[in-house]
Ligand binder design. Structure first.
Ligand code: HEC
Ligand code: HEC
Length: 204
């Protein structure tokens, strides 16, 4: 018994040391100064009308782009341009973008700080939404904190109306640009589940 406990303590110590080393690496002096922010591409001016200043949308029907993952933004612009995803307002916006233009926009928006979260989540719905999301293993792809990764979108703090619409669109197969991952997941969700999950994610 004692030796097991010792092994566990030793392991914790090693992990603590690793944490300290990792922490030290992250906080190297000079890092803050060397990071040059990406200037807004000229095309970003046209996005402001709907997605807000620097992508920090405050209108719940327009998704927040600020802080969204770079690869995900790029892929969505490409999908809108090539018709795999369509929306009467958004499709024309992507139609004339070049690959370089889309990459520049994606990089710029991904580096902007997301707006402060002002959504007033219903606590009981959000708790049910969390339960349903945990049961459905949403975090397997979207990560524990719902920050996403690469081509998987960040969902934490995204607008309630927008999240709800996307889940309904995936479920009704009117959004089909996801290689089937989201279509099969959303097919198992009831309207109530979708409402609850949207409260949970928008309130994060
Ligand atoms: C006229 C309004 C409008 C303008 C201007 C506009 N968009 Fe959009 N955009 C939308 C709407 C509406 C959606 C959501 C469509 C849907 O419901 O599927 C959207 C969705 C998106 C998405 C997908 C986000 C996600 O989370 O999946 C990206 C990326 C995007 N827009 C980028 C841009 C960029 C970059 C520009 C500027 C070049 C731009 N938009 C200009 C209305 C607009
Ligand atoms: C197998 C991986 C996977 C699982 C599991 C998964 N997702 Fe997704 N989800 C994705 C991918 C990939 C996309 C982006 C699809 C695309 O490229 O259009 C996405 C997109 C979304 C979007 C649209 C976001 C936006 O900005 O437009 C929402 C909302 C979403 N997922 C919610 C959920 C919820 C809620 C669950 C659990 C019930 C879930 N996802 C489970 C992979 C997954």
């Amino acid at each position: 018994m004692k030796s097991v406990r010792f092994a566990v303590t030793a392991l914790s110590l090693v992990m603590l040391c690793l944490d300290v080393i990792a922490g030290a690496e992250i906080e190297m002096p000079g890092d803050a100064e060397t990071k040059v922010p990406t200037p807004p591409p000229v095309a970003a001016q046209t996005c402001v009308a709907c997605h807000g200043e620097a992508g920090a949308s405050t209108n719940p029907i327009y998704p927040i782009l600020a802080g969204q993952n770079m690869r995900y933004i790029y892929l969505q612009l490409k999908d809108f341009k090539e018709g795999r995803r369509s929306d009467p307002q958004m499709s024309p916006m992507a139609a004339n973008l070049s690959k370089e233009g889309m990459l520049a926009l994606a990089t710029y928006f991904s580096e902007q700080p997301p707006p402060p979260n002002v959504f007033n989540a219903d606590a009981s719905k959000a708790a049910k939404g969390k339960q349903r999301a945990d049961d459905t293993l949403c975090t397997m792809c979207h990560q524990g904190s719902y920050q996403g990764q690469n081509e998987i979108p960040r969902l934490a703090g995204q607008h309630f109306d927008y999240i709800k619409k996307q889940l309904v669109d995936f479920k009704n197969k009117t959004r089909t640009n996801d290689a089937g991952n989201m279509t099969s997941v959303s097919g198992t969700l009831s309207d109530e589940d979708i409402e609850n999950i949207a409260h949970y994610l928008a309130g994060m």
